[in-house]
Ligand binder design. Structure first.
Ligand SMILES: Cc1cc2nc3c(=O)[nH]c(=O)nc-3n(C[C@H](O)[C@H](O)[C@H](O)COP(=O)(O)OP(=O)(O)OC[C@H]3O[C@@H](n4cnc5c(N)ncnc54)[C@H](O)[C@@H]3O)c2cc1C
Length: 419
């Protein structure tokens, strides 16, 4: 693999930057692999990378129906954090955050991870109490959390309307300083490059249309580029989980697919140097290196496999931006898009062996799967390699919904659109 460094940039400059190698190969599918991962999103690519790197399993193919990064990995608002209250979530996301902290060096690829801080705003004394509780829970688990009062919030985010006369007055906020953002498509490209260099075949334009079975056991897949057999098959297709699993004969899963939109404004001079979330509704906002404000809100509220949303949500999100930052009320929106979210019944993920012999499932990422990318790939690779979960993902089973051992972080109950 060509290494990236200041020296390689200088060396290639001498030949007019005409001799850079493609970042990953375009191999033809082989008839058989040790492991097939379905889905070339962040989680599928990270899984393949850690299978090869941590477990020495290199006869691996990642099958992607479109182009690499065409799913949610290239559509999210890039927020990375570990500030979950429940220990089962917090330990997993904190491990993921630790992997983020060394990811650019590990991959030799700049994923532009920026620990600029994520601040959740509180708009009532009760919300401050809840944030204090969450902050304490984080600190007990070894993660970082700072409770800010209103003056500290005003200093941390100068453009915020902190006046008492605003529609939802700000009382304070919970800050995780090690949280931040990363460049989402660089994450897909970095993991793809790392996996490819270790021998993994990344096969684009290869949709899995069916499964080969021996009794209940899955032994291969039918694809638009022909049949491929494998000893183990991992499914990491995010919003398409129900659809792909139906092709394997698994008709009912604790997952609903919903559309989530994101927005980018015209570029501005530096305005927000952190990530801020609105606590009286649902809005998260940051500023990209190109200057555009990047933000999103809630789900559109209906089940959908469309990668675009509707106008009521646009209006709701814009009104929240205007309430929080009156100074930017007149900015123009440049782009908006949608992605298909795999919303689980308790808002927490599934990383498990099964549900069929020979199969492994990674799903249920809701709004939060980008931040989980390295941790999820690391745990899923462990689960596939060893045929049992790592302690970090041992609770993320499918049968927790039958046993009542749900991990309901938001406390919303079995209503996927609310998580
Ligand atoms: C608008 C938006 C904002 C978000 N913001 C954040 C955020 O700020 N922070 C955060 O942590 N998370 C965020 N998320 C969630 C996060 O992006 C996802 O949870 C995560 O990317 C899902 O995992 P993935 O990357 O593997 O998914 P994907 O990139 O969607 O990968 C799944 C892949 O499977 C492929 N596939 C589907 N069916 C088949 C098939 N039959 N055969 C072969 N391939 C198939 C798809 O083409 C796709 O490429 C956001 C999501 C959206 C849409």
């Amino acid at each position: 693999m060509q290494r990236y460094s200041i020296f390689s940039v200088v060396r290639h400059a001498l030949s007019g930057h005409k001799n850079w190698q493609p970042v990953w190969r375009k191999p033809e599918p082989k008839p058989e692999y040790d492991v097939i991962i379905i889905g070339g999103g962040g989680h599928g690519l990270a899984t393949a990378y850690y299978l090869a790197k941590e477990h020495g399993i290199r006869n691996v193919a990642v099958l992607e129906k479109g182009w690499l990064g065409s799913g949610n990995i290239g559509r999210n608002t890039t927020i990375v954090r570990s500030n979950y209250m429940l220990p089962k979530n917090n330990r997993f996301y904190e491990w993921s955050l630790k992997l983020w902290e060394g990811l650019s060096q590990d991959l030799n690829y700049n994923v532009m991870f920026s620990q600029r801080g994520v601040l959740n705003l509180a708009h009532s004394p009760a919300q401050m109490d809840a944030f204090a509780r969450r902050g304490n829970s984080l600190r007990i688990e070894g993660a970082d959390a700072d409770l800010l009062d209103r003056d500290e919030v005003a200093r941390f985010v100068p453009g915020l309307d902190v006046s008492a006369s605003t529609r939802f007055p700000i009382h304070g906020g919970l800050l995780q300083r090690r949280a931040g953002t990363a460049r989402h498509d660089a994450v897909a490209w970095g993991f793809a490059r790392g996996a490819d260099a270790l021998g993994v075949d990344i096969i684009e334009n290869c949709e899995v249309t069916g499964f080969q079975k021996d009794g209940d056991r899955v032994i291969g897949v039918e694809t638009t580029r022909g049949p491929i057999r494998a000893k183990k098959i991992g499914v990491a297709v995010a919003g398409s989980t129900s659809e792909v699993m139906r092709r394997a004969g698994v008709e009912r899963l604790p997952i609903e697919s919903h559309v989530l939109q994101a927005f980018v404004s015209e570029p501005l001079k530096p305005f927000i140097d952190s990530v801020v979330t609105f606590g009286a509704g649902h809005l998260y906002i940051s500023q990209s290196d190109k200057g555009g404000l990047v933000f999103g809100g809630s789900l559109d509220g209906y089940n959908s496999y469309a990668q675009r949303g509707n106008l009521p949500l646009v209006e709701e999100v814009m009104s929240e931006v205007a309430t929080m930052f009156p100074a930017i009320r007149r900015i123009k929106l440049l782009r908006s898009w949608g992605g298909i979210m795999d919303m689980s019944m308790d808002g927490s993920p599934i990383i498990t062996t099964g549900p069929l012999p020979g199969m492994y499932l990674n799903a249920g990422w809701c709004y939060g799967g980008f931040k989980a990318t390295p941790g999820s790939g690391w745990c899923f690779a462990w689960t596939i390699a060893k045929d049992e979960p790592h302690p970090l993902n041992a609770a993320f089973t499918l049968d927790r919904f039958y046993q009542g051992a749900v991990i309901d972080e938001a406390g919303h109950g079995p209503f996927p659109r609310l998580h």
